[in-house]
Ligand binder design. Structure first.
Ligand SMILES: *Cc1c(COP(=O)(O)O)cnc(C)c1O
Length: 428
């Protein structure tokens, strides 16, 4: 083992920050950001990029919306952080009550944490422990779906698509779950029904993303598919966990995607746009029926979880301010306008060589390619044309902040299609 840093083939001082999903040896360094405002990211070298990613789908009101910034500043002056064990505070109490009112059905009980992955883990834990608390043993597995993505932690990787979730790479290190096809038609529904009967006694719950599988490939499915899944969960007595981390807070044109199908989950997970992309916060929101399974004189029946920074007051203040903006500014109308612009402009990508599908819903626009060779080269071309677009897998997608103006949106979509075309001509 090398003893001195000069024995390594890299300079440690150049790589203190270990970056996400990044081969540090071959990937160009991150672009230094000086500031951001509205839909624009300003780089230290003076260039400005129109953001087509909303910083991993969080910044729904644009960067530095004054209402959120003011709310966070005021909260920092009162109490930036305090533990939620034994103490409580107005921002968390208010946010939980608002989320309970906003979410459908009897999703009334909000368990806070700091990241989406952890909220999914908590949802899985609630489902598992609810069986234990009811005196039913052996229900420790989850049913999840091909193409799904629920996070990068070990338990959430086990309910991701087997390939995307790196099941093979970490084989033996992940809990073995049941991974099925979504019930997209009668045949698939019957097959899923059979599978649920077969594994019935070992299943604790079912996990899926409603209406669009995001990081697994931006694949849409119909409200009917989600309804069939709800019906199967009811038939087999299984809690349905809907992961609304990407779709929650308007991305598909309703506050939550499940509303489009009239489906109420037993647990919903939210994060990403919860604070308008201001501070990290997530939550697992459970039904009163599940909460009731933990309501007992027995301390051992308590939900055994408690992230250190859960319900951070500054983050809750940002989330409350973000919810204010959904009430006072026309966010869902803006999403409908973004959808219209996709419908008008994105089809220009059809017929470009290498393009296999062009699709959109709400404020999600997708160009699916046969492949994306030289991905770093393509990313650089987007930056050169003044847009921040981050393709992955075979997918070039746009998820802009909802407040984007018609002009900026047109520029973003046109640049994306033009760059894709000229890049594809060189590669296909
Ligand atoms: C991003 C995402 C997660 C993981 O959230 P993190 O905050 O990155 O842990 C889980 N589920 C879905 C649907 C997501 O889009």
């Amino acid at each position: 083992m090398p003893q001195n840093t000069q024995d390594y083939p890299f300079d440690p001082a150049q790589h203190h920050v270990w970056r996400p999903y990044t081969q540090m040896k071959t990937t160009p360094a991150g672009l230094p950001v000086a500031s951001a405002e509205g839909v624009r990211i300003k780089l230290e070298d003076g260039r400005e990029l129109i953001d087509g990613v909303s910083s991993w789908w969080t910044v729904c009101h644009g960067y530095r919306h004054p209402h959120i910034i003011d709310a966070v500043k005021a909260q920092l002056d009162e109490v930036p952080h305090v533990m939620l064990g034994g103490l409580t505070h107005a921002p968390a109490e208010r946010l939980a009550a608002r989320l309970a009112a906003l979410t459908p059905g009897d999703l009334n009980h909000v368990f806070f944490c700091e990241s989406g992955s952890v909220s999914v883990e908590i949802a899985m834990k609630i489902a598992m422990q609810s069986w234990i608390n009811r005196g039913v043993s052996g229900r420790t597995q989850f049913l999840a779906f091909k193409g799904g993505y629920h996070g990068d932690t070990l338990a959430t990787m086990s309910v991701c698509d087997p390939e995307e979730g790196m099941h093979a790479l970490f084989a033996g290190g992940l809990q073995r779950q049941i991974i099925a096809e979504l019930p997209v038609d009668d045949e698939a529904t019957e097959a899923l029904d059979t599978l649920m009967t077969k594994h019935g006694a070992s299943l604790a719950g079912v996990v899926t993303e409603p209406l669009v599988q995001g990081a697994g490939g931006m694949r849409f499915h119909s409200p009917e598919t989600l309804k069939r899944l709800r019906a199967l969960c009811d038939k087999h007595g299984l809690p349905l966990i809907l992961d609304e981390i990407m779709t929650g807070f308007g991305r598909l044109g309703t506050m939550f995607a499940c509303e489009k199908a009239g489906v109420v989950p037993d647990i919903m997970t939210v994060s990403k746009a919860l604070t308008g992309g201001t501070l990290p916060l997530a939550a697992a929101i459970a039904s009163s029926r599940l909460f009731n399974d933990f309501w007992s004189d027995d301390a051992g029946a308590a939900l055994m979880h408690g992230p250190t920074y859960m319900g951070n007051p500054a983050a809750c203040a940002a989330a409350n301010a973000s919810l204010d903006l959904f009430e006072t500014e026309p966010r869902l109308e803006q999403v409908a306008q973004i959808e219209d612009a996709f419908a008008r402009l994105l089809p220009h990508a059809r017929g470009v060589s290498g393009v296999v599908d062009v699709r959109w819903q709400g404020a999600i626009g997708v160009i699916e390619m046969r492949g994306l060779p030289d991905l770093d080269g393509l990313k650089a071309c987007f930056v050169d044309s003044g847009v921040w677009v981050r393709p992955f897998g075979n997918i070039i997608y746009l998820m802009p902040p909802f407040i984007i103006t018609a002009d900026d949106l047109e520029r973003l979509i046109r640049s994306t299609v033009d760059v894709t075309r000229s890049w594809a001509e060189r590669h296909f």
